[in-house]
Design a protein around this ligand. Structure first.
Ligand code: HXC
Ligand code: NAP
Length: 285
């Protein structure tokens, strides 16, 4: 899909880049020539991932341990990235925390934990990168990973829904404010893409996955390469005039859940003759 090396010369920081979707997007960026910096709390995990990706792609991948909830640690990641690669061009806010729970069962700390990682972590890292780009007159790009319920809200993941909606608004607000500095911000709203981290916390029971697939018009979950290619486009100069926007990649799941009559999918083909006859009869009255 992409020319080789379309990200050559760019340095991209990926939060939560050691596992799951962050790892897949990091690998794609590296394959296409970027210097990638992956960061998360578990140093063994990011170091192993950095080595694995670098071996595959032949490009440098730097692992720097940090917790996105700690603003000074984010600044330190940025400094280390600049020290190693000379500059930073992109930030992928991908780190997240989430789990399903009835809201009335949540402690105050549970809410804070999710909001601190997702909303404050994305804001803090974006601010650190933005200050660096403004000071150095660099045309930076931020890509935020939200979810489809950032638009609609969702029960049972309320702290995450609140935090992701905030990140979506961060994307739109700063795109307007920082356009004058040539800084772009966009978001991706993925539907379900299997990862160990998400599946263990969001689909931890038998039958959960069948219910999920049934809700998706394309009748399948997403493939990591599909998300990684979209992220590459939004990180690359080919999307240079897109800012403040969000692209949904969910096999149609969100709209299918929202459309008033989409439940008619359950009606069997033979029942439609009878329904049509009933409607035509009513039309004659
Ligand atoms: C109720 C829970 C809970 C649960 C944790 N808590 N799990 N409460 N039900 N299942 C509460 C704890 O009891 C504690 O509150 C508070 O949350 C903080 O928990 P800790 O374990 O101390 O926090 P921490 O070690 O910082 O771990 C953060 C975490 C953990 C978010 C809880 O799950 C994590 O590290 N997650 C990172 C990876 C992740 O979540 N990946 C999935 C992203 S998927 P008290 O008051 O008891 O001390 C995603 C996809 C969305 O976002 C869309 C899919 C379609
Ligand atoms: P994942 O593998 O669990 O990824 C979450 C990452 O965040 C982990 O690498 C974790 O690493 C890191 N992280 C958590 N807390 C952190 C902190 N305080 N500081 C730094 N890093 C932290 O799950 P995933 O499914 O790939 O999720 C990636 C992103 O996609 C998230 O934003 C998620 O909301 C979004 N998303 C996923 C899906 C899906 O179906 N998978 C759907 C929609 C949106 P450490 O534990 O080492 O810190």
């Amino acid at each position: 899909m992409f020319k080789e090396n379309i990200l050559k010369g760019k340095t991209i920081i990926v939060t939560g880049g050691g596992t799951g979707l962050g790892k897949s997007m990091s690998e794609r960026f590296s394959e296409l020539g970027a210097n990638v910096v992956i960061t998360s709390r578990k140093s063994e995990v990011i170091e192993k991932t950095a080595e694995e990706i670098s071996k595959k792609t032949g490009n440098s991948v730097l692992a720097v341990q940090s917790d996105v909830r700690k603003p000074f640690q984010n600044e330190a990641v940025l400094e280390k990235a600049v020290e190693t690669f000379g500059r930073v061009d992109g930030l992928l806010n991908n780190a997240a925390g989430n789990f399903i729970s009835p809201t009335e069962r949540l402690s105050y700390k549970a809410f804070d934990t999710i909001v601190d990682i997702v909303l404050k972590g994305s804001y803090n890292f974006t601010l650190a990168a933005g200050k660096y780009w403004i000071k150095n007159k660099i045309a930076g790009t931020v890509l935020n990973i939200v979810t489809t319920y950032a638009f609609t809200g969702s029960g049972f993941v309320v702290p995450s829904a609140i935090a992701k909606a905030g990140v979506l608004n961060l994307t739109r607000s700063l795109a307007a404010e920082w356009g004058k500095y040539n800084i772009r911000l966009n978001a991706i709203a993925p539907g379900p893409f299997p990862t160990k981290g998400a599946w263990e916390r969001l689909f931890p029971g038998a039958g959960f996955e069948d219910k999920l697939i049934n809700k998706i018009p394309l009748k399948r979950v997403g493939e990591h390469s599909e998300l990684a290619n979209l992220a590459t486009y939004l990180m690359s100069d080919f999307s240079g005039y897109i800012t403040g926007d969000v692209i949904t990649i969910d096999g149609g799941e969100r709209l299918a859940g929202a459309g008033e009559f989409n439940w008619l999918e359950e009606i069997k083909p033979e029942q439609w003759d009878e329904i049509a006859a009933r409607i035509k009869q009513a039309n004659k009255k």
